[in-house]
Design a protein around this ligand. Structure first.
Ligand SMILES: [Zn+2]
Length: 569
């Protein structure tokens, strides 16, 4: 049977409810029926609500307070049936709005209530006057964009749903908290609301802790990728040989002394030098890298220490050298062995006195630059040969760090390969599946005379030659794989990407001469290829390439010019 409440009907007396309240002051308890209650300050609740809104955001806070109201609603529905067992449905139902009023939360005035327990039909419309939540918002939070009577609404939903034994949803169709004239709620079965699912979301406890754990996980992954990025300043590696170097770098970075980096060509000395700089207190100041071998000997002084106008023909303008530019920071002198005797003398003065004179200048300038030098030749030997000043060597050699060749840290090969794959995938906008097992095996058994730089070139070649979603084969890495990599650990890759035998097999000149003649390669081409390879290995340093080829510098320079190689580079 359907029953309806119309406001003109008697407002049910609710003394039966008031009687349930017991103050057991001496015991520190207030009872409502069998439930313990609290009498708390509205202002405290207001501050609490503000804090929740500020720390969780409005949406989450709304959920909290809806669920807070929901908990009381469920209990009160149970109480209503207990207290008014013999009354009609409407009277029993009205215990809800009455309890709301009794507890001081709001004056709930039912405008229309239709209940049909048999069919489960329900419709309710209630006006809320003097909602405590509106008051809280007005004092603590200011006007909101949407309705604010969250816990009251949670209560109404829970109370009615429990009462009806089916899901009834109330919505606040207008609210004074957001500038409407009245707070009015309307309730009907969940399925009659279009956005019921969305609304029900508020009633699901949505532990923020999960989100915090998620964020924590994200944070730690960001942190580790940041550390990895910083690791790039170290270079990349985890082998014990490389870790030792990293420890040395950390120590070197703290001090002020010059650092001498030793190691074969291509081991990543500049990366290490930069790392020393970035870990030092000079990190915010410039880091200037100079490859001494790449600068013609007659220009090196001017390049490093600056030049005054008119110092020599062609010096049309005064300009500062790299040392002045690095002032306050760090200068990295790669291939320091290539410095001319005069440049060596000036460098010594910079190290000893912290001052220099530009070429063609008689003014002394103060500079504060930390020097990191590097060489892949023995400086001791150069001192013995009279090519390098002994006193400068001792100055530079205060903190020597030996960087191991790649073949002594093959454990690092997989991470290095991974690093370069990533780099070239992004550079060529491609995504290969990485190295085939065989290709990786080949890399792990290869001698890597050109070290990390060679590995980088090989991987770049592999990425270029391999299609998307395919594995990089050994053929893509190396033009021709050695027949048995195990028995020839000293193989190397030539300029064309061919794996060739190292010095042990070099005696077999029969083999390569036959190859040259058989392919009708001219003597000129052979010479040119040899010069190119030598120049590449010598990092374009003519003196060094000449030494590799057993020629004098002028002789090689002449041939390089003649063949057009020098002009190119
Ligand atoms: Zn409201």
């Amino acid at each position: 049977m359907a029953v309806s409440y119309k406001p003109q009907l008697n407002y049910v007396d609710f003394r039966d409810l008031t009687e349930q309240i017991r103050f057991q002051s001496t015991e520190g308890k207030i009872w409502f029926g069998e439930q313990r209650m609290l009498l708390m300050h509205l202002s405290a609740m207001a501050a609490f609500r503000r804090e929740i809104v500020n720390s969780m955001g409005v949406e989450r806070a709304k959920g909290f307070f809806l669920r807070l109201g929901y908990q009381s609603g469920v209990r009160d529905a149970e109480l209503a049936r207990k207290l008014r067992p013999d009354r009609d449905e409407i009277d029993i139902f009205l215990a809800g709005p009455q309890l709301h009023s009794l507890k001081g939360m709001v004056k709930a005035v039912p405008l229309e209530i239709d209940i049909d327990q048999e069919t489960g039909e329900f419709y309710g419309r209630v006006e809320w006057i003097d909602s405590f939540e509106v008051e809280i918002c007005q004092t603590e939070l200011g006007q909101m964009d949407e309705s604010v009577c969250w816990s009251l609404l949670g209560y109404a939903c829970a109370y009615t749903s429990s009462f009806m034994g089916r899901e009834i949803i109330f919505r606040e169709v207008s609210c004074r908290g957001c500038g409407d004239e009245k707070c009015i709620i309307e309730g009907k079965p969940a399925e009659q609301w279009e956005d019921a699912e969305e609304f029900k979301w508020y009633f699901k406890a949505d532990p923020i802790i999960e989100e915090l754990y998620d964020l924590q996980a994200q944070l730690s992954s960001l942190r580790s990728s940041l550390q990895q990025q910083q690791g790039q300043y170290y270079g990349i590696g985890q082998s014990s040989a490389y870790n030792k170097v990293c420890k040395m770098i950390d120590k070197a970075a703290q001090g002020k002394v010059s650092v001498l980096l030793l190691g074969e060509t291509g081991v990543g000395k500049e990366v290490i030098a930069r790392s020393v700089h970035l870990r030092s207190e000079r990190a915010e100041s410039p880091f200037i890298a100079v490859n001494c071998a790449a600068i013609p000997p007659d220009l090196i002084e001017a390049e490093l220490f600056g030049v005054e106008k008119g110092a020599y023909t062609g010096a049309n303008q005064s300009r500062e050298g790299r040392f002045e530019r690095a002032n306050g920071g760090t200068i990295f002198l790669d291939e320091v062995i290539e410095l001319t005797p005069r440049a060596q003398a000036t460098l010594l003065r910079v190290l000893q006195e912290g001052e220099l004179e530009r070429v063609g200048d008689n003014r002394t300038r103060k500079v504060n630059v930390r020097v990191i030098a590097a060489t892949n030749e023995s400086l001791e030997q150069a001192v013995e040969d009279g090519r390098f000043r002994a006193d400068l060597f001792y100055r530079l050699n205060v903190f020597p760090v030996k960087i191991p060749p790649l073949r002594d840290r093959l454990d690092d090969l997989p991470v290095l390969i991974e690093h370069f794959l990533k780099k070239f995938h992004s550079e060529y906008d491609k995504k290969t599946l990485g190295l085939s097992d065989k290709a990786l095996d080949l890399c792990l058994h290869y001698h890597w005379p050109g070290n990390i730089r060679e590995l980088e070139n090989v991987i770049e070649r592999g990425v270029i030659l391999t299609d998307n979603n395919e594995c990089i084969s050994q053929e893509a890495l190396f033009v021709a794989a050695p027949p048995s990599i195990e028995t020839q650990p000293a193989d190397c890759v030539d300029a064309g990407g061919n794996v060739t035998s190292g010095p042990s097999a070099a005696a077999d000149s029969q083999h390569w001469s036959e190859h040259i003649l058989g392919n009708q390669i001219s003597l000129e081409e052979v010479e040119e290829t040899l010069m190119r390879v030598a120049m590449e290995r010598a990092s374009q340093n003519v003196s060094k390439a000449a030494r590799i080829l057993g020629l004098t510098r002028p002789a090689l320079a002449y041939r390089l010019k003649k063949s057009g190689i020098l002009a190119e580079s």
